[in-house]
Structures are given as structure tokens and as C-alpha cells.
Design a protein around this ligand. Structure first.
Ligand code: 26V
Length: 822
């Protein structure tokens, strides 16, 4: 019997069905007969959206009225992944909606597949931001996430003849049902021009910025639900547009093309995400993007404070602003400008507020990733900010001089301005000077920060330094990605673990229960079968669910060492060729990841993997003992298929190079064992799951540094290890390149003449470790035992724990319960 409930809020099956059909008709303007899968997806998305609006509006209303302390998370990237499934989980509507959809003769999974994911990030840093806003909402913390609404997110990857080809990501093509545009809240952002000084009406010396152009920022809001709470926070992304009034002036002079040109110039700012990760390029448009979204966001916060009647003197009490890497760091100068020039503060008050507002997260130690802007470019684009940065620097260096009397080298090292050649603004230095807290993203990383890149700043401000180890959301990466495992766990320990991941420990005692072990094993096999079906359908390769699924899924980068993995595959191949009856546990090597379009060596590694796959997958001597598949277009949606299916997670970066890693956590939570170095969060994962349940190899960060210092020569390893020599010679001979001996030469030369990531030095240790993996996998029951213990002991790596750490050490923002009247 259908109950009479509102079509927009009712959650019984019949109401859900009726609402879905209504939306199909009234929003998509379609009858079921002529509807596409995408129409069905849209109808369902609107059905779900209707059911979260009440929470969202009440959350906003509560924040507006109660003016609680708010965490503002500023990030140039939010790698959100699809919203629909996640919102269903958060609302507790997954099962009823699945049933309603089934009763309409449709399949929820197929509709979920339709969603074009917002890929507004490159990799770890952007995905971390997405996990953090999920946890902030789940913990009922008032927060707002600010970023950029890129019209084109991270490129789609295709593989042609083994090479990566980039395709534009037109994610907004079919519309985005999750965002709401707020044109009434537009703001203006200035660029270029010059500054002028004047004496104001009180006789005070002031500065005025006369810009060359003005760009409009329009906010697009997306609700971010907490898991089974009433809290729905906001992700506010800014789109750049041309201000009407500005083209008008040009237009009136009859310069129609000039006006249109200016319009498209303005809109360029938020057109496309820069696809580089871990390599900085001093592109002006990138700086424009950063300043654009930062200025909009700060103006937005000031506007909100004013609406709430909060005095700007107390801005820092009302907002804690987290800088996700240095990308938003120009915010430090921008807040100073707003307070000084627009709101009449004096320097000391403005600086006091600013330095009580910002906190900075560092995500990398790689020198090539550290952002620095040429003084000429920054001054051309942001003349007022350059003046402010010089003033901040001059005052800061005075403090350095007083604290470290007579140490000119230190002054040069710490200066915000790098004056060793052409002048640059060092954004990490500005972030350290202007923030009250500085954190790394894993214990090892935080320690290395203090010892190396930020050592001087640590000596200057030891009290600012903290560690917050990264975490990931179990809602997306267990509940949504792995429903089979979720049901099994919940059937044993209830469902409290999804909000309190530490409860997974209760599974530990079940490890001795043979029935549970078998169930756990069966879940993994079923998920592996799903992935095999996907790989057959999309890659035409048959993979064996009985084999070890050995997976490396992450951005392609030399420091992550996908080529070390490739060398091991060739090692096994050579062994099989030498001894065709060799007994090894069958393995499926799966790779996924994008290479930055301009990163030649990374693209060559992709080509190498595909070239190896061509050989191994068709050589009858290999049979099905080795399969290699490069999984095209790795993104969040696909990651959700991959993590649950893994037996072995490859986390093999050169020690000291991977700040944390977060994929490592997602794999292990889903019961994969890790083969890894003592790098980033691997160290803590190993401590948590137990050394006996983790395959460790390779040099430590200290050993890497020591070897570098003593003079590392990769040729010693080449000449000293016949099997390694055989592998490299095999590539050099053209065996994987149809006889072409030139193709992979740049990669081989880089390994043999430089090998800055010490691939050859870690090779033997890696191979031996893989042999231990092989042996362990053959004992199926014991492998399952280790796998269960991995999943059971990963509670610490929930992003809820990370957010609690940020709250207690840095943000100090209390939770606010949201009441939603029925
Ligand atoms: C850097 C750059 C450099 C300037 C140009 C554009 C651009 C875009 C993104 C990035 C991000 C590089 C830093 C990064 O993603 N770090 C990763 O952060 C993860 C979350 O903390 C961490 O788990 C990974 O280990 C770390 O590599």
C-alpha cells in the first residue's frame, strides 16, 4: 500500500519509484520507453538530491545563525569521484533505492556506472581533500571546502599502440545534478595593473591597487553529506566569468571582437586542471587560478562574517583556514591585503589575525614539486601582493637575525625571496612564516621535513610543527566499493565500524574461525571474478581469479618505481624461458595510472609495461602463469573496482620520497597484503598490521641518503648481478620492441647512468621479497589469515582519525549537531 508521502522526501519503495518516474518525466522530459541510461541516472540523481536538500539547508541555516567556528579547507584540487553511490550510502538509502530501481526493471549498478566523475584533481592530494571533507561532515564539524570548478578535469587516458594518449575530460557535458549555481553570490577578483599611495580622510598613508582587469567569480555549491548524520556541508567551487560591465566598455567602442576576446580570456582561468603532479612549472595561468580561487574564498568568508555580525578583529576565532599544500598560499598575502587596504587595519593587527588563521600542510619533499614564482611574474599579476610579500619578508628576516645572530647563510636560505639567480618567491617559505601550524602527512614525512627542506623553519618555530598521518574514508573505499566485504563484516560485528573504524579489531578474534576464513576468502574470489569480467570486456584479456592479483595503481612517476615492478616481471619471464617447467604461483600484474602529459620518462614506462604485456600475454611458454594488463584510464570510479580485488598492493617507492601514500591504506583495508618499502605511511601500516603480515624490502630513507653521499654507481649493480643484467639486456636487445634497440634506451640510460631513485640498488631485495610473496600465497589459508589481519587492523587509517587529529592539534573547532525538523 503506498503511503501518502511527499514525492520529494519519502523513502519507502513505492514513493521512491514514483519520484524517480516523476523526475524522469518532469526533469529529463522522457517516457521510460525512449529513455537512455543517462536519463535514468539523472532521474535517480535528482531523486536522491531531493532527499538531501532538507539537511543541507538546515545545516547552512544553523551555521549562519549560530556563527560557529568554521574550518575552511582551501585546495586547488578535489578528486571527488562519483557522488550518487556515496550519497546513497550516507543517507542510508542504498538498499531501498536498489530495490525500487530493480522493481522498475533497472539495475542500480548500471545507473551508478553512468555518472561522469568530477576528476578535479591529479592524485593523492586531491583525493585526500575529498576524504577529509567526507570526514568533516561525518564528524559534524562546521566546514566549507573551497576550490576551482575546472570545466575540464584530469584528462581521460587512452592507450594507442602502447602509448598514453590524453583526451579532454568533458565531465560537464550532460549537466551536473549535484551542483547549485549561486549567481547572486558572485565576487570580483582583480589582476595586474599597479599600486598607488594616498592619504586617507584620517590622514593615514594607504595603498590602492589599480588593476588592469577584473574577473568575476561565480560559486557552484555541492552538498557534502556526513555518514548517517544530519550534517551536509558545502563544497564551493569558483568559476571565472567576464564581468558584464567590463566588456560593455569595450563593446561600446565598437570593438566587438575585443570584448569577446576579453570574455574568453577571463573564462580561461577555470577552464582546465593542470595535469602535473609533483613537478612544478611556473605557468602564469596556474598562478591566476590559485589567486582567483583564493581571493574569492577569502572575500566569501569575510562577507559571511559580516552577515553574522562578527567583527573582522575576530576573524581568526571564526575561521581556521587549512592550506592544502602551497597552491593556495597566496591567501596569506591576500588576507593581509584585504585587512590593510580594504578594511583599514594596521600592519600589526592584520599580521596577528593572519598568522592565527592559517595552517599549512606539506605533501611532498621532492624539490621539483616545490612552488616558486618568479618575482617578475608575480609582481606583474599581483603588484600589491608582491609589495606585501616583501614587507612580510623584511620583518621576518629581522626576526631571524635576532634569533640567529650573525648567520648570513641562514638568512639567504630562509628568505621568502630566492635571490641566488633570477629572483623567485618561495611559496613554502611564505606558508611557514604566515601559518600557526605546519604539518607533514605521515610520521616519517613529518620527521624528514624537520630534518631537511624545512629544517631552518623548524629551528625557528619548533612549536608550529606537527604530524597528521593521512587517512581515507571507509564509506567510499569499503562500504561503497566492496559491498560483499561490508556485508560479511557487518554480519559479524554490526555496523558501528563504518563510523568508528577501530571496531574492525573485533574481526581479529575471528581469524581462528575456519568458517569465517572461508567466507572471507570467498568474498575476495567473487570480487576478483568481477574484475576478471571487467578486464575481459574492456581489454580482451582473460585473467585467472586463482592467480595472485598483484596491483600497482597510482600516478606514473619514477619515484614510485613502476619500472622496478616491470623489471621483476621480466625477471620471472626470463626464468620461465630458461626453465619452462618452473613452478611459480600464477600472477596477474595489473597497473593503472596516468602520466603527466609532458613527462617523457613516465610515458615511456607506460609503453614499456604495455610492451611487456604484449610478449607475456601471448607467449605459449608462459601460459597463464604470468599475465600483465595496463588498465586504461585509472580514476576514482575505477579505483573502487580495483582496491577490493587485490591480493598484493605494490607500494614500492624509493624510501623518503612518497610523503604518505593513501592507496596503500585503501588496499590494505580491503584485505590486500602490501609489498613495500619503509616509506611514507607504509611504516605505520606495517606497525599496525604487524611486520609478519607485511612484505618489506629495500633500503631505508637513511640508507638511501647514505648511499647517495658515498657515491652511488648503478653499474656496480649491473655488473654484480647476472639476473639483473639479463633483465636490462633483454630490454636493450629490442626484445620487447620488435627489435628496436633505441625505443627504451632513454629509460635504460637513466637507470644505468643516474638512477636517482635507486631502482637497481633495491632490485635484489625486491626480487627476494617477491619470492616470499610467492611462497606465502601458496598457503591459501595462511594468506587469508594475514589478509583478515590487515583489514582488521586498519582502523587507524580512517580519515575520521586524521580529522580528529587536525581538530585537536590545529583547528580546535567543536562539532555542531544539526536539527532537521520533519
Ligand atoms: C603538485 C603540483 C606541482 C605544481 C603544479 C601542479 C601540481 C599539482 C599537484 C601537485 C601535488 C603534488 C603533491 C602530492 O600530490 N602529494 C601527494 O599527497 C598525498 C596526500 O598527502 C600523499 O599521500 C602522497 O604521498 C603525495 O605524493
Amino acid at each position: 500500500k503506498p503511503r501518502i508521502e511527499d514525492d520529494r522526501t519519502g523513502i519507502d519503495i513505492d514513493t521512491l519509484k514514483r519520484a524517480f518516474l516523476d523526475n524522469l518525466f518532469y526533469i529529463q522530459a522522457k517516457f521510460p520507453k525512449v529513455s537512455t541510461k543517462n536519463d535514468y541516472y539523472m532521474a535517480l540523481a535528482y531523486t536522491v538530491r531531493d532527499r538531501l536538500l532538507n539537511r543541507w539547508l538546515h545545516t547552512n541555516q544553523t551555521y549562519l545563525e549560530r556563527a560557529p567556528r568554521i574550518v575552511a579547507y582551501l585546495s586547488a584540487e578535489f578528486l571527488m569521484g562519483p557522488h550518487l553511490g556515496n550519497n546513497l550510502i550516507d543517507l542510508g538509502l542504498y538498499e531501498p533505492v536498489k530495490q525500487a530501481i530493480a522493481e522498475l526493471g533497472l539495475d542500480l549498478n548500471e545507473l551508478l556506472e553512468q555518472e561522469e566523475e568530477p576528476g578535479l584533481g591529479n592524485g593523492g592530494l586531491g583525493r585526500l581533500a575529498a576524504c577529509y571533507i567526507d570526514s568533516l561532515a561525518t564528524l559534524e564539524i562546521p566546514s566549507v571546502a573551497y576550490g576551482i570548478r575546472y570545466e575540464y578535469g584530469i584528462f581521460d587516458q587512452e592507450i594507442k599502440d602502447g602509448w598514453q594518449v590524453e583526451v579532454t575530460d568533458r565531465w560537464l557535458r550532460y549537466g551536473n545534478p549535484w551542483e547549485v549555481v549561486r549567481p547572486e553570490s558572485e565576487l570580483m577578483v582583480k589582476f595586474g595593473g599597479h599600486t598607488e599611495t594616498f592619504i586617507d580622510e584620517y590622514g593615514v598613508y594607504r595603498v590602492q591597487w589599480v588593476p588592469y582587469k577584473v574577473v568575476k567569480g561565480v560559486p557552484y555549491d555541492t552538498p557534502i553529506l556526513g555518514f548517517k548524520t544530519n550534517t551536509a556541508n558545502t563544497l564551493r567551487l569558483w568559476k571565472a566569468e567576464a564581468p558584464e560591465s567590463f566588456d560593455f566598455a569595450v563593446f561600446n567602442q565598437g570593438d566587438y571582437f575585443g570584448a569577446v576576446h576579453q570574455k574568453s580570456e577571463s573564462e580561461n582561468i577555470t577552464k582546465v586542471l593542470y595535469p602535473n603532479d609533483e613537478t612544478y612549472q611556473g605557468k602564469q595561468l596556474r598562478l591566476e587560478q590559485q589567486y582567483f580561487f583564493v581571493s574569492c574564498s577569502l572575500q566569501d568568508m569575510i562577507r559571511l562574517a559580516k552577515m553574522q555580525g562578527v567583527a573582522l578583529e575576530r576573524f581568526h576565532e571564526h575561521f581556521a583556514i587549512q592550506l592544502n599544500d602551497t597552491h593556495p598560499t597566496i591567501a596569506i598575502a591576500e588576507l593581509m591585503r584585504l585587512l590593510l587596504d580594504e578594511h583599514g587595519f594596521d600592519w600589526d593587527r592584520a599580521w596577528d589575525i593572519t598568522t592565527k588563521t592559517f595552517a599549512y600542510t606539506n605533501h611532498t619533499l621532492l624539490p621539483e614539486a616545490l612552488e616558486r614564482w618568479s618575482v617578475a611574474m608575480l609582481g606583474g599579476l599581483l603588484p600589491r601582493h608582491l609589495e606585501l610579500i616583501y614587507e612580510i619578508n623584511s620583518r621576518f628576516l629581522d626576526e631571524v637575525r635576532i634569533k640567529f645572530f650573525e648567520d648570513p647563510d641562514r638568512i639567504a636560505r630562509m628568505s621568502i625571496i630566492d635571490e641566488s639567480g633570477e629572483r623567485y618567491v618561495r611559496m613554502a617559505h611564505l606558508a611557514c612564516v604566515g601559518s600557526y601550524a605546519i604539518n607533514g602527512v605521515a610520521e616519517l614525512h613529518s620527521r624528514l621535513l624537520k630534518q631537511t627542506v624545512l629544517h631552518d623553519f623548524y629551528e625557528m618555530y619548533p612549536e608550529k610543527f606537527v604530524n597528521v598521518t593521512n587517512g581515507v574514508t571507509p564509506r567510499r573505499f569499503i562500504a561503497l566499493s566492496n559491498p560483499r566485504l561490508t556485508s560479511l563484516i557487518t554480519s559479524k560485528i554490526g555496523d558501528g565500524w563504518l563510523k568508528n573504524l577501530g571496531e574492525l579489531r573485533k574481526l581479529e578474534s575471528l581469524v581462528d574461525d575456519a568458517g569465517f576464513r572461508n567466507d572471507f576468502y570467498q568474498v575476495k574470489q567473487a570480487v576478483k571474478q568481477d574484475l576478471a569480467d571487467y578486464v575481459r570486456a574492456n581489454h580482451g584479456v582473460e585473467i585467472n581469479p586463482e592467480s595472485i592479483y598483484d596491483i600497482q595503481a597510482k600516478r606514473i612517476h619514477e619515484y614510485k618505481r613502476q619500472h622496478l615492478n616491470a623489471l621483476y616481471i621480466i625477471t620471472l619471464y626470463n626464468r620461465l624461458k630458461a626453465n619452462p617447467s618452473l613452478d611459480i604461483a600464477p600472477r596477474t600484474f595489473l597497473f593503472g595510472g596516468k602520466a603527466a602529459p609532458g613527462y617523457y620518462m613516465a610515458k615511456l614506462i607506460v609503453k614499456l609495461i604495455n610492451s611487456i604485456a604484449d610478449v607475456t600475454n601471448s607467449d605459449p611458454d608462459v601460459g597463464d602463469r604470468i599475465k600483465v594488463v595496463f588498465l586504461t584510464d585509472y580514476n576514482v570510479k575505477f579505483a573502487q573496482r580495483v582496491y577490493p580485488a587485490a591480493n598484493l598492493s605494490e607500494q614500492i617507492s624509493t624510501a623518503g620520497k612518497e610523503a604518505s601514500g593513501t592507496g596503500n591504506m585503501k588496499f590494505s583495508m580491503n584485505g590486500a597484503l602490501t609489498i613495500g618499502t619503509l616509506d611514507g605511511a607504509n611504516v605505520e601500516i606495517r606497525e599496525a598490521v604487524g611486520a609478519e603480515n607485511f612484505f618489506l624490502f629495500g633500503m631505508t630513507a637513511e640508507e638511501v641518503l647514505a648511499k647517495k653521499a658515498e657515491g652511488y654507481n648503478p653499474w656496480d649493480y649491473y655488473h654484480g648481478n647476472d639476473e639483473l643484467k639479463g633483465v636490462l639486456d633483454r630490454i636493450a636487445s629490442g626484445f620487447f620492441s620488435h627489435g628496436d634497440t633505441e625505443l627504451f634506451k632513454p629509460l635504460l640510460d637513466s637507470l644505468l647512468y643516474q638512477d636517482i631513485f635507486m631502482v637497481l640498488a633495491d632490485y635484489q631485495s625486491y626480487v627476494e621479497c617477491q619470492e616470499r610473496v610467492d611462497g606465502a600465497f601458496r598457503d591459501r589459508d595462511n594468506w587469508t589469515r594475514m589478509s583478515i589481519l590487515n583489514a582488521a587492523r586498519m582502523g587507524h587509517f580512517s580519515s575520521d582519525r586524521s580529522i580528529r587529529d587536525y581538530l585537536s592539534q590545529i583547528w580546535k573547532a567543536p562539532a555542531v549537531k544539526i536539527d532537521v525538523p520533519e
